[in-house]
Design a protein around this ligand. Structure first.
Ligand SMILES: [Ca+2]
Length: 206
């Protein structure tokens, strides 16, 4: 097929587009652009939708970084993310993370994209039945440019042990150095070989 726009000058005024091969526009996109996020699109929300899990997982994306089951199976280790109403730090419901620790490894989380420009910290409440020296799990927290589906265990802040307290405890994470729209992910990372369930609630911006 002959192209008929042979009037000489390219229409582009973008000085970055110096490729003479007239390649597809997609190939000139910067590598770090997220195809799910339109540059010209609507502004990102400045608050979480359903931050306290009173409406199930509405607004939240579930993410996982899981090893394969030990042994011959190629199945991923068993896990679950669901909302429950037996315990809450705010309202009536909370989100429960479950991990089968048979592989001694695994991370599950929920995530949303929000504008963190005017946010200093993100906090979440985490429940643990009984304080223990035997640390089974860590709070997993991420705020940054990666999408939820790109995240892996090492992307998360895992400094806070869940079993080091009893009852509800609030964990706060400084996000003052994150500007603009960002993925905020909160979840649980397992470090010990056992099945664990913990409930989290009330993810909030300060
Ligand atoms: Ca709640």
């Amino acid at each position: 097929m002959l192209e008929d726009d042979s009037d000489g000058e390219p229409n582009e005024t973008d000085p970055d587009e110096s490729d003479p091969s007239d390649s597809a526009p997609n190939e000139t996109e910067p590598e770090d652009s997220d195809p799910n996020e339109s540059e010209s699109g609507e502004p990102h929300p400045v608050a979480f939708e359903n931050p306290s899990f009173e409406n199930g997982l509405n607004g939240w994306t579930v993410g996982t970084d899981l090893p394969e089951e030990p042994g011959d199976s190629t199945e991923k280790v068993d896990h679950g993310v669901t909302t429950v109403d037996r315990r809450a730090s705010d309202g009536d419901a909370s989100v429960e993370f479950y991990l089968d620790g048979s592989a001694d490894d695994g991370t599950v989380w929920v995530a949303q994209t929000v504008d963190l420009s005017d946010v200093e910290s993100v906090s979440v409440d985490v429940y643990n039945d009984e304080e223990s020296f035997n640390i089974l799990t860590q709070v997993a927290f991420y705020a940054g440019e990666k999408s939820s589906s790109e995240l892996v265990e090492v992307d998360f802040d895992r400094d806070n042990d869940v079993e080091a307290h009893s009852g509800w405890k609030t964990f706060s994470y400084d996000v003052g150095d994150v500007d603009g729209a960002a993925t905020v992910a909160v979840g649980m990372n397992i470090v010990w070989e056992t099945d664990v369930r913990h409930v989290f609630d009330n993810v909030r911006l300060d």
